[in-house]
Design a binder for this molecule. Sequence first.
Ligand code: UDP
Ligand code: MG
Length: 320
Amino acid sequence: MTDAARPALSVVAPCFDEEGVLPEFLARVATVLDGLAGSSEIVVVDDGSRDGTWRVMTEAAARDRRIVAVRLMRNHGHQLALTAGLSICRGERVLIIDADLQDPPELLPEMMALMDAGADVVYGQRRVRAGESLFKRSTAAAFYRVIGRMTEVDIPLDAGDFRLLSRRVLDMLLAMPERHRFIRGMVAWIGGRQVPIAYDRAPRAAGESKYPLSKMIRFAADAITAFSVVPLMLSMTIGWMMAAVGFAFFVYSIVGWLTHSTLPGWASLMAAIGLLGGMQFLMLGVIGAYLGRLYDQSKGRPLFLIRDIVGGGGSPGGAP
Ligand code: UDP
Ligand code: MG
């Protein structure tokens, strides 16, 4: 594709069961885009939704030629759905945004101005998170701090995937073939001039969070394993500690044997077995977490599978 054919801006939003918010989302984004100079497109990705999300998208795409509706074969998860949208979009710049309107599209002109001033990435940093439970906010806060300590990459605190990327950064991101993607970390890893922009996170406009605790845990595990080998090294630290304790016990038992004062020792034996057994299984689990991801990666399967692309002017299966 020639550069001339590129729109100036793409907006990419992954959507899973978002029929409730999509009309409002598309309307608000369209209004923002109307106010910008240059051509643009909105790429919405239906991540295997079970509700009317696809219908809403295709109807919108028939009305507005800027809208490109992409449907995946099944639910691939937030990060892969986003990756699908990013690899399809053609803009010189790309705005990543959630469809639930927690991130305000109205911030776009300000983000564009920061990029005009030379930023490669402009990322939204949350000042307040309205309408989210104390549990969600505290686990998220803990998560960003733990990952900050474990990784060498400076992953910005309290930033989601809401950000504006230059085409250069986007192409670098798309060249990274990893399957278990933690996109905000990968973007931070790329470097360049990354500029924060503070905003207040609104409550969801409709529907409920598509990130239940189980998905949050998986997401956190992907983030940590993708950016740190500290957990793998943990067994070394624990091993040294255990070895020191074991050596002390060894001396103690020899002395006891020599002085004929050996104890019945049931409690200490059980404690040692329990502790050692627990630690060993824990570390096996850690190794398994990395090994499993290595295995997934080695299969080299595509990251996502596209079923349909509709709209955007003459795509396969699409409206005009
Ligand atoms: N999402 C997705 N696939 C999933 C889960 C979520 O495409 O399997 C989308 C969802 O539609 C939304 C974004 O990812 O646009 C963020 O999800 P959500 O708002 O539910 O997460 P939260 O803001 O509660 O962390
Ligand atoms: Mg949300």
